[in-house]
Write a new protein. Structure first.
Length: 375
């Protein structure tokens, strides 16, 4: 019974039905608990660890990294005790803990997990194994996030050489590396090279899956951002809509990917002057982020500031000021009232107050920002 539940959980997970997959994985764990741990204890313990790992992955993919930590640690400790420190299954959990830490912006911790996973996989499999390439790719993306762009490029190119040597230059195995190189080139302002990498990634992924899976959604979404950087708004909108359509067909309605697509579309619409179309999309993302992170989270505050700019574009300065004041309160409670993160919203509020004619209060908030900068 447990095995059947696990198979169903993985099928639902692959189809993007995370909530159902989680419930099925929990049912599988319950079934294993009723089977006891007598004869065949080792296989039951490994099965439990595998299910805990699946539950952690589901939580992470739903944008709940904090909820992913307990099952991931349970799986890690179980596999270490039963299979030994050098087993590749241990490296797999360490890699996922790196993803969790990166999602929580604990970048040094993420780097440590990824490096440990990479070392174990290299020792076990050798240098061009897919799991080794997975760890190299994760480190490349992390280095990019840290601003270590030369390191990021070196690691992406290392993967490209390894994968082309193993599979050939037309293999779908190259998609993640090409996607990473495309993102890196975009961050460097090299949109022409980014476009070339991403078009090749889309072509290879289309050959592999027919073009309607989650990875294709990510590739098209990223390519759309490149077109937006190039101010090709018509092409960007078409691709963002196509990516969102794929994501709506391959994930839950409240998935992180769909929220990401809506936010990108809202920003595109604002950039191209379609403020009315942008507002409902941004409001959806604000509601999604509030429900996932809580209404007092700094990332909710950042969206309140974006919503304020939409109102300012429509000259609704009072509404805009109210949202920035709320954002300031969230930042102050979460980060402290002397944190430099308050400088941006203080200056934003000063600008909005000045636009509505309240020059005296605008100057007060401008001075508060300057005091924080000079502390």
């Amino acid at each position: 019974m447990a095995a059947a539940f696990e198979v169903l959980a993985r099928i639902h997970k692959a189809d993007g039905r995370e909530v159902t997959a989680s419930a099925l994985a929990e049912s599988a764990l319950d079934a294993l608990n009723t089977e006891g741990e007598g004869e065949g204890r080792a296989s039951i313990v490994v099965s439990k660890a595998r299910l805990q790992s699946l539950l952690a992955r589901i939580e992470l993919d739903q944008g709940n990294p904090a909820e992913a930590i307990p099952p991931a640690n349970l799986a890690l400790n179980t596999l270490r005790d039963l299979l030994g420190e050098q087993h590749p299954g241990v490296a797999e959990i360490l890699h996922m803990l790196g993803e969790i830490a990166q999602a929580e912006r604990k970048l040094e911790k993420a780097e440590s997990y990824y490096e440990e996973a990479l070392t174990k996989w290299e020792n076990f499999f050798g240098g061009s194994h897919p799991q080794v390439c997975q760890a190299v790719s994760s480190l490349a993306q992390l280095y990019q996030q840290q601003g270590r762009l030369t390191m990021a490029e070196n690691f992406h190119q290392r993967n490209q050489v390894a994968l082309e040597g193993r599979y050939g230059s037309a293999s779908p195995a190259l998609v993640d590396t090409l996607l990473g190189l495309g993102k890196l080139c975009r961050s460097q302002g090299n949109t022409g090279q980014a476009e070339a990498y991403l078009k090749r990634a889309a072509e290879l992924q289309g050959v592999a899956t027919g073009g309607a899976d989650r990875k294709m959604g990510e590739v098209l979404h990223t390519l759309a951002l490149v077109y937006q950087d190039q101010r090709n708004f018509i092409a960007a909108e078409a691709l963002l809509r196509k990516a969102m359509d794929i994501r709506q067909r391959t994930t839950e309605d409240d998935s992180l990917e769909i929220a990401e697509s809506k936010l990108a579309l809202a920003r595109l619409y604002r950039t191209s002057g379609k403020v009315v179309e942008a507002e409902p999309l941004l409001r959806d993302v604000l509601e999604w982020r509030s429900s996932r992170l809580g209404e007092e989270h700094p990332e909710v505050a950042s969206l309140l500031r974006e919503m304020a700019e939409l109102y300012a574009d429509q000259k609704e300065y009072i509404k805009a000021q109210s949202l920035v004041r709320k954002a300031l309160g969230i930042y102050g409670e979460a980060l402290g009232h002397r944190n430099l993160e308050l400088v941006g919203p203080l200056r934003q509020l000063a600008r909005l107050l000045e636009a509505s004619g309240d020059k005296e209060e605008a100057e007060t908030h401008r001075k508060m920002a300057e005091e924080l900068m000079g502390q």
